[in-house]
Design a protein around this ligand. Sequence first.
Ligand code: SAH
Ligand code: SF4
Length: 358
Amino acid sequence: MSKINIMDFTKDELSSMIKPSFRAKQIYEWIYKKYVNSFDDMKNIPKDLREELKANYFLHPLKIATVENSSDGSKKYLFLLQDGKTVESVLLPMKKEQHDKEGRLIHHTRYTICISSQVGCKIGCSFCLTGKSGFLRDLSAGEITAQVLMIKKDNEIAQNRRVNIVFMGMGEPLDNLENVQKSVKIFSDPHGFSISPRRQTISTSGLSAQIKKLGEMDLGVLLAISLHAVDDKLREQLMPINRAYNIESIIKAVKEFPVDARKRVMFEYLVIKNLNDDIKSAKKLVKLLNGINAKVNLIFFNPHDGSSYQRPEIKDVLAFQDYLLKHGVLCTIRESKGLDISAACGQLKDRKEKEDIK
Ligand code: SAH
Ligand code: SF4
């Protein structure tokens, strides 16, 4: 019998599999808080249980294949899965460490970790490299959470340091909803990562039916919608999924999604030169978001080999933002973090594969 990944299980599942059940909590703490390398390192677990665990389970489903450092401090990881496939994750330091006049630490660095949910993606957006390379398979819950574990460990980020998780790497999280749901539970578990669901953002290309399902799960996570266009014709061109779930259906699903009154739904808007960067689009966007507690995040399109789309002019992105702000819509521009390290999703993997072929 082949061994199974112990990280694929929520604590409740593990408690029903391991006797006595309280050991599940201890095992969880060893894995997610103390970052152990092996079952043998789980000191308070009796030897026979450790042997049983070793015989039936394995611990770490990922290996670091490559790491690229960017001048802005972000770090991009390419992870090797057990079947030889690869996925990407990015560590983004959001706020630098701060000290007072006496040199005492007053704020630790805040981190965001961007993770993948699938190897490849079925959605096939025309601007996205991940979409272009097709779909290989879903990641298991353990393969999703292991990305965060490996990055915390590799950067010696203490277990109690605050991190935010964004499901904005490779893949469509709502197309792998069961495993994503499990990973949210493992991230949130007080004996696991202890990352509040309010620090976890799930980004979707807008599968309205799945947004509804996610809402019904009431996990408390934040929602981000990759909107990118304000009319269906252009959105279909950018994102073929719009034929199945048009803009109206997405807006309806968002309005029904349970959000904490203090939190907002994020709308990602990839700005592409001469396609959606005009004030007319900004105007339509304001109308569309009327009645939603929304925040818009403008993203500069990041060109890659073989794409005919172009990076927008800074002045047009600023004018777009200005229009939204003046009309009462909160709007930020995503810093082009990691641009010098083959930024947006799929680009490190793509380059690595090309280098391997050479
Ligand atoms: N599938 C989900 C989550 C992952 S996509 C979704 O689409 O929301 C991750 C993010 O990368 C999306 O916001 C997408 O807009 C962005 N992205 C993809 N290709 C890009 C590119 N070439 N330049 C900039 N951002 C890109
Ligand atoms: Fe998939 Fe998101 Fe890329 Fe579209 S943008 S192909 S949904 S990963």
